[in-house]
Ligand binder design. Sequence first.
Ligand SMILES: [Zn+2]
Length: 467
Amino acid sequence: MNKSILLKDGFIVLPEKTLEGSIRICCETIIALGDLTPLEDETVIDCSGCYLLPGGIETHTHLDLESMGTVTADDFRSGTRSALAGGTTTVIDFATQFHGESMARGLERWHEKADGKSAIDYGFHMAMTEWNQNLRREMASVVDGGITSFKMYMAYKGRMMVQEDDIYEALEEAGRLGATIGFHCENGLLIDLLTRRIRGEGHLSPYYHQMTRPDEIEGEAIDRLETVVYLLHTNHYIVHLSTARGLSSILRARERGNQVVVETCPQYLLLDHSRYGTPEGDDFEAAKYIMSPPLRDRRDQEALWQGLASGGIQFVGTDHCSFNFIGQKEMGRHDFSAIPNGAPGIELRMNLLYAYGVVRGRMDINRFSVVTSTNAAKYFGLFPRKGILQVGSDADIVVFDPRAEWTVSSDLLHDNCDYTPYEGFALKGRVRDVFLRGSHKVASGKIISENTDGRYMRRALPDSDIR
Ligand SMILES: [Zn+2]
């Protein structure tokens, strides 16, 4: 028999309550939980004073993505290593079908990118960059391959943007299959117009990126999406919600009976548009925060925190889409519209949410585990294998020390990006140990296993009954 490991005397965090006790793991799974006495020959890890949390599930990354004439700084190797150090044991990345190709081809490429390189378990969403009847016919076989969530973009005119007729047909097909579609909600036509106008006026510094995408641009797209959903009543979700305006659209749609599932990101909870400087300034540092949607204001942050705590928002992904400041963000030094969009964040998701959510009293530790793991596991068809500490589930466990205090600095992180948007953030609490299917991967905050034995996860259909 394989030797077991006992995570002894921690606070076991469940969705509705916290238990004092221990967890025994063996052969990749949790085999016992509660008041346990060490067995002879068992490895015992003292967890006193620490939380035992279900391994984090990251719902939104772009690893090894070709975009705007370059490729993201992180591939599956560096990106998942960084995730692991931050307590994330499963990532769902956006496999992308590029224009003119089949989803099968896009998927094949993503399997090649990830195969043998991932430090954590992984699955894919399937991003469609256009809509046609061939794609419609292909959706069933994508779902058969364990990819039960698709993505469409209402932004990026001429590159990826789809409109309501396309959305209607895609949602109709996804509904028939029991799958879901995540939507990037921004009005692509207006962004395109405003970008041309603003550039035409000679405004080219990074400050102006946000001016092409005011908050109404997100809210209006959500209203339009929800109109289509109202006609079909199908499963769908909204990726990276960034505004109070958008959240109020969602609440209104729910009142009319639409079931809307929502993701937000740490950057929209914690960073604001002051990072873009001033119209007069030409500090290129602002390029570090060029992402879409852009950073908003403090009022939006508070609305999103409240949504997260109260069940208005269901989970947190990072939209980790990293480009180095030197050499990549610099491609847009003389034109904000040429700055690759995106920022890193995969490693800090759990730590930031704990320090600014739980420690600040915005949510309790149970809600924290739900929005960083359980809800994503349910919605993305991984539950109860992932997302919960219970007998029979995968032993994906984070030992989190709430007493630790530290300050974020780019050189402490494991990603392959030359900056972090959270540089200098003072954090309370830290991921101490991480287990992936019972294997001890992080100890005392250090990665102790370089194995890239993360497995591809075929996912079941979404369970949208989450709060
Ligand atoms: Zn994204």
